[in-house]
Design a protein around this ligand. Structure first.
Ligand code: FMN
Length: 364
């Protein structure tokens, strides 16, 4: 771990790459980043052109995805020795600016999260395969739930009867989506090979032969890119992630809670996959609320278990998602500038004209 607060081009690239490693709906990666060098603040913006117009018309899933990326950015900032100061929706006049993360530092004592989450950022992948290993211990599930709580969300683990009920609602959502040509086409469009976004066929996983776990049918039921069916776990462990309210800030909190929970699970070698189908239909989302406790707004269903790791899905490189003002171009003839405290420490010597951050170094 680093103890200085200087920010050079390579470290900035790692911060952004960590953010980009987050899960996003259909792996759309609906985000952009910009560094404000005067305040050493990373601005996190929505990329609405990457939104799912039919599946996610109010951009709730987009906000949850960006919230997950925001949590990864915080983990990476902490790893490199900063204290990340986050503001959600900081400028009402600029609704596309979803968050700012000021790199205040150096980091003082006090734990914001487990120290091993930076490593988990790179190891976490969705696993849509049957879980076959031993049950996840109750103490691990409790720690995972605490992680969501730390971000202002609530993660509960309902019993088998309630799990069956919410999985039936998920199956119903799958039927609704399959009968909606616009949604089906939009989803299929994000199944891609060799692209820097979307889902390759290898990530999709099989159908549950018993029909209890309705894994999302990304490619369409007759697609050849998906293995046919397999026996999934008899008693799936499903966490219900919810928030007290349902504003854009709550969606960003849900995303941070989701990612904190997923990374703690990964640190324990627990695999995860997500089910948001029922959350995408307002009537089914309403029905997802636990009838006994249900005043909260359900944001995601998360499956936990021991089993095969999911394959890595592609990501856009940091340079493609980081906007840099002309005066900030850090290529500088191959000499990255350092940012220390309130400004650029070393002046740029080259006359770069590209507006994008560029670096010669690959992402970690
Ligand atoms: C808001 C949101 C909704 C998602 N919904 C689903 C889903 O319904 N089914 C599914 O299999 N994965 C779902 N995912 C997981 C994404 O497909 C996955 O994160 C993305 O393809 C990148 O893959 P990775 O998680 O392996 O990095 C969702 C992710 C987010 C952030």
């Amino acid at each position: 771990m680093r103890t200085t607060t200087s920010l050079d081009a390579a470290t900035l690239e790692k911060l952004i790459s960590a953010a980009v490693a987050a899960p996003s709906q259909h792996n759309t990666q609906p985000w952009r980043y910009r560094l404000d060098p005067d305040t050493t603040t990373v601005e996190v913006r929505a990329a609405p052109e990457r939104g799912l117009r039919h599946t996610d018309p109010v951009a709730r899933g987009l906000h949850v995805s960006v919230g997950a990326a925001l949590f990864n950015l915080r983990v990476a900032a902490t790893h490199f020795g900063w204290h990340p100061v986050v503001r959600l929706l900081p400028r009402p006049a600029e609704p596309g600016l979803l968050a700012t993360v000021r790199l205040a530092g150096p980091r003082t004592a006090g734990r914001l999260h487990r120290p091993d989450l930076y490593d988990a950022v790179w190891r976490r992948h969705s696993s849509r395969f049957p879980f076959t290993g031993p049950p996840v211990p109750a103490r691990v599930l409790a720690e995972i739930a605490e992680a969501a709580t730390a971000e202002g969300a609530l993660l509960t683990f309902p019993g088998p009867t309630e799990v069956s009920r919410i999985m039936r609602l998920t199956a119903e959502a799958e039927h609704h989506s399959a009968a909606d040509p616009a949604r089906s086409a939009e989803t299929r469009d994000w199944v891609r090979e060799g692209a820097p976004d979307g889902l390759p066929g290898a990530a999709l996983g099989p159908y549950d032969a018993m029909g209890r776990l309705p894994v999302r049918d990304f490619a369409g039921i007759h697609s050849a890119s998906r293995p046919r069916s397999a026996a999934f776990e008899r008693r799936p462990v499903i966490g219900v992630l919810a928030t007290a309210h349902d504003t854009r800030a709550d969606w960003l909190r849900a995303g941070q809670g989701l990612q904190h929970a997923l990374l703690v699970a990964t640190a324990h070698h627990v695999r995860t996959s997500l089910f948001s189908q029922a959350v995408e239909w307002p009537d089914l989302r309403w029905a997802l609320r636990d009838p006994r406790t249900g005043r909260r707004h359900v944001q995601m269903l998360i499956r936990f278990g021991h089993g095969p790791d999911g394959p890595a899905t592609p990501r856009r490189p940091a340079r493609d998602v980081l906007d840099v003002d002309e005066a900030q171009d850090v290529r500088a003839g191959g000499r990255p500038r350092a940012v220390t405290g309130r400004g650029m420490a070393a002046p740029c010597s080259a006359q770069g004209s590209a507006r994008r951050y560029r670096s010669e170094r690959p992402a970690p």
